[in-house]
Structure formats: C-alpha cells, structure tokens
Design a protein around this ligand. Structure first.
Ligand code: NAD
Length: 341
C-alpha cells in the first residue's frame, strides 16, 4: 500500500524543486501517496496562517513530511515556521550529511554528518527587550536553554547514528570555555554518553566551536560525525555545505520520536524564484533520506547514484554547479540516468 507523505511545496524556489523531486521519486517507482499542504508565505496567502492547522494535523497523522523551504520575514512578522514545526513535533535531531559529489573542487574527501540539536539553545525564542530610562529597546536579552535530557538524547542519537552507519568518530562541538553552565552541561553530558560507546569502536573528541570553524576549512577530511548545539549546528552546517559544492547539494532531516520532516538545508533563494533554474538536488537527496527512514534504502541508493552520476558526467548541470540546465532539464537527466544505474 502507498505510504502517505505530507508534501509542503514551500515558498520561492520551493514549488519548482519539490515538483522536480516528486517526478524523480515517481520515476524511481517510490510507492508514496503525496498529500499536498501549505505553510509559510503560501499558507498566509491561502489560509491567512503561516502554519495552518490542516497542515499540522496531516503531519501528526502521517508522521512524515517532505518540505520545500519556507520564507521567514526578517525582524517583524511571524516567527520561523521551520523552528515552529521542529518544536511542535519535537524534532530534536537535525541530521545534515555532506560529501563531495563533484570532484575537482577544493576538497576531494569530505564526508561529514552533522547532527544538530534542534529544539533548545538560543532558538527557544525566549527573548525580550529591557527598557532603560525612556528607551524601551535599550537592551535585549535572549535565553540559551540547554537541558541535561535534551543534551543526552541528541548525543545518544549521534552515537547511535555512528554505530548504524559504520562511522568511526564523533566530534562534539561546544563553547564550554566561555559558557561554562549551558555549554558546560552539553559537554559534560556528551562525555558521559561517549564513555558508553567507547567499547563499540566509536572514537570521541571535543572541539571549541571557533577552532572547529577554522579546522573545517583547513582539514575537513578528518571529521566524521559532528554533534553540537542548535546555533553552532546551524552555522557549521552551512560552512560544511560550502566545502562540498554549496547549498544546492545539501539535504537535511529533522527527526523526532513521532515524526520526521525532510528538507533542503537552503532557503527560498529569492534571487532565483520564478526563474526555473534552482538546483533540486538538495531536496531530492533529502527525499532519499526520507526513503531511508521509511526502510526503502535500495531505492534511495539508486536515486542517489543516478543524481551523483548525472552531476559527475557534467553534461546537464544546474546553474549553481556551473551549468545552464533548468530545474526540469536536470530532473529529466536524473530520470534518464535512473534507467542505467
Ligand atoms: P537561501 O538559502 O535561500 O539562499 C542563499 C544563496 O544560495 C542564494 O544565493 C541562493 O540563490 C542560493 N541557493 C539556495 N538554494 C539554491 C538552489 N536550490 N539552487 C541554487 N542556488 C541556491 O538563503 P537566504 O537568502 O538567507 O534566505 C532566503 C529565505 O529562506 C529567508 O526567508 C529565510 O528565512 C528562508 N530560509 C528557509 C529555510 C528553510 O525553510 N529550511 C532555510 C534557510 C532559509
């Protein structure tokens, strides 16, 4: 029986890359019953709500969604729907794999999986202005909430991921030298969990985030699985995307115990919206992570192989990878390659 999956086309380049991704999955024979729902700006336009209840109900029912990028207004306006979805469904683990697909760039051997804590830290959204004299915005305070339970489950997730995927090392990234309480709790918890996995062949190290940012551009090939708190994970995952060819190739999964939402790491790419030239690869690779999650690993591997072969062949490349292909032309090339991998 077809597996029901919520499809959120998203904003900006979202509808174009989701349509291309659905075509590729359909061509690969994925047995999915797509249920299209809106969120973000599209939700506001149609339902006057960036996170319509019907969308939430559908995700709660199916437990799985493939989501295009959603626009978040800067400053005023509604809060990030991406963050709200992660909080609503307690999608505590953000998993972002990155490896070099197109050789000939600055690095050849990068193969990193970043596991980012997705519900705590500075992203809890607890912030306020402080009035001093007659200035209501004289100061602003944001709370970075770290809990032992939250740290424990994300560190355990990272080690379990390492064991299941035959990885060798987990690097915990922190700033415990300065933020001794919040980051200190994360590091202390990580060390305790690491000790449980020491005899299962998974090495452990910890790195301060600023040193890690530098090491990643100097010697990224020495890293394997990285686990870190919310803000550091957000920043480092974009840095890692840059090491392997940019945001157009970087997928992500948001995983909780009751639901999982798969998406590209990139945003709505307003500069490309409506032009039909965005690279659909990141979302297609996210859809492959979704198939893995649903147990359809063979099909996911086949789609990944076709996509990577299409890119390596360099005949039909999207603009961000130096080619001239439109989103649909690239998807057609991947579908054609599916027949021969
Ligand atoms: P962005 O990721 O949209 O764009 C950054 C750069 O990457 C741009 O030059 C863009 O053209 C390029 N790019 C992104 N996706 C691409 C693709 N598929 N193919 C080719 N090039 C691509 O980041 P931004 O401009 O900072 O954010 C735009 C909007 O997206 C904002 O409203 C932001 O809040 C939102 N956003 C959403 C998500 C999400 O839904 N998960 C993530 C990040 C940003």
């Amino acid at each position: 029986m077809a597996i029901p999956v919520v499809l959120i086309p998203g904003d900006g380049v979202g509808p174009g890359i989701t349509a291309a991704t659905v075509r590729i999955l359909d061509a690969a024979g994925a047995d999915i019953a797509w249920e299209t729902h809106l969120a973000g700006l599209a939700g506001v336009m149609q339902h006057h709500d960036p996170m319509p209840q019907s969308t939430l109900d559908a995700i709660a029912r199916t437990g799985i969604a493939l989501k295009g990028p959603l626009e978040t207004p800067v400053g005023d306006g509604y809060r990030s729907i991406n963050v709200a979805l992660r909080t609503t469904f307690d999608l505590y683990a953000n998993v972002r794999p990155a490896h070099v697909i197109m050789q000939g760039g600055r690095f050849e051997k990068v193969d990193i999986v970043l596991v980012r804590e997705n519900t705590e830290g500075l992203y809890v959204g607890v912030e306020h202005y402080i009035k001093i004299k007659d200035d209501p915005h004289a100061a602003a305070e944001s709370v970075a909430l770290i809990t032992r339970a939250g740290s424990e489950r994300i560190c355990r997730f990272a080690f379990e991921y390492a064991v299941r995927h035959n990885r060798r090392k987990v690097t915990l990234v922190h700033k415990a030298n300065i933020l001794k309480f919040s980051q200190g709790l994360f590091l202390e918890t990580g060390r305790r969990i690491a000790a449980e996995y020491a005899d299962r062949g998974i090495a452990f190290e910890d790195k301060i985030v600023d040193a890690m940012a530098m090491n990643l551009v100097l010697r990224p090939e020495i890293y394997d699985v990285i686990v870190t708190t919310n803000l550091f994970g957000d920043i480092l995952s974009d840095e890692i995307s840059g090491l392997v060819g940019g945001l157009g190739l970087s997928p992500g999964a948001n995983i909780g115990s009751k639901a999982a939402i798969f998406e590209a790491v990139h945003g709505t790419a307003p500069d490309l919206a409506g032009k039909g030239i965005a690279n659909p690869s990141a979302l297609t690779l996210a859809a492959c992570m979704m198939l893995d999650h649903l147990g359809d690993v063979t099909r996911a591997d086949r789609i990944r192989a076709a996509l990577e072969a299409t890119i390596r062949e360099r005949r039909t490349l999207p603009h961000d990878l130096g080619g001239t292909a439109t989103t649909d032309e690239f998807a057609d090339a991947v579908i054609a390659t599916l027949g021969i991998v």
